[in-house]
Design a protein around this ligand. Sequence first.
Ligand code: SAM
Length: 250
Amino acid sequence: MGEVEEFYAVYDEDTRLTRDNVHRMEWIATTGVLAEHIRPGERILDVGAATGAYTLNFAHRGYAVTAVDLVERHVRKLAERAAAEGLPNVACLQADARDLSAFDDGSFDVVLCMGPLYHLGEEADRSRCIGECLRVLAPGGLLAVAYVSENAAPRANEVRSQPLPYNYDCFVMDDPEKLVSFLERFPMTVIDHASVDGMSRGLSDIVNGMNRDELEAWTRFTLSICRGPTAFKQAYHGLVLCRKDGRGSR
Ligand SMILES: C[S@@+](CC[C@H](N)C(=O)[O-])C[C@H]1O[C@@H](n2cnc3c(N)ncnc32)[C@H](O)[C@@H]1O
């Protein structure tokens, strides 16, 4: 078993986005930013889908979603959830983001790559991952790339009152500006870039103690300042949205 598989053998992806307010905020912000760019009826590929938080959400809204993940247990769980929730519009496959040869060129309108770059440190692997995501994307299609910020992630962890419960050695952190420069080398245009959790990780004790109204207000405030260099310096997670070049650019 590789170190990524070992990490996810003990880390519970199922509850990741619902387990506390900080993670709930990441979910609300990410779905909000994606909703600004994804149109009804588009074909979605969710690469690094884990147990399907985003896949199932899009499927419930009528999208045809194909999900892939490196970890077989995640794919099995996702397939079980899709069946239990009556979603025939979900297809799942165990695959590595660096090799999406199961899919034809241009077969999706949207590719979500919200996880693989957290674990691919070598430039060649990252290039293969983004190259594959782009290959399977139709011209003009949307690629959403999530990253863990090098600026803020270690600092957010320093100010936590509790020690980290897991060994995060298999994670790769990104400098937001360098990641954007890297993405700009591919035949696509960066059209949006947002921090999806702002300062929430560093303030996790406070944010997790918020009631529903307070969390709503905090999320609104964080989203109002989620774009721009200062936001990227504070955030733990960022999301870069790109449009593939070519005919049909929308
Ligand atoms: C932190 S989870 C994120 C899951 C989900 N996309 C989200 O945003 O909540 C990262 C996921 O990426 C998967 N992953 C890591 N490296 C991968 C690779 N090379 N190919 C495909 N999936 C990968 C992991 O197994 C894990 O399920």
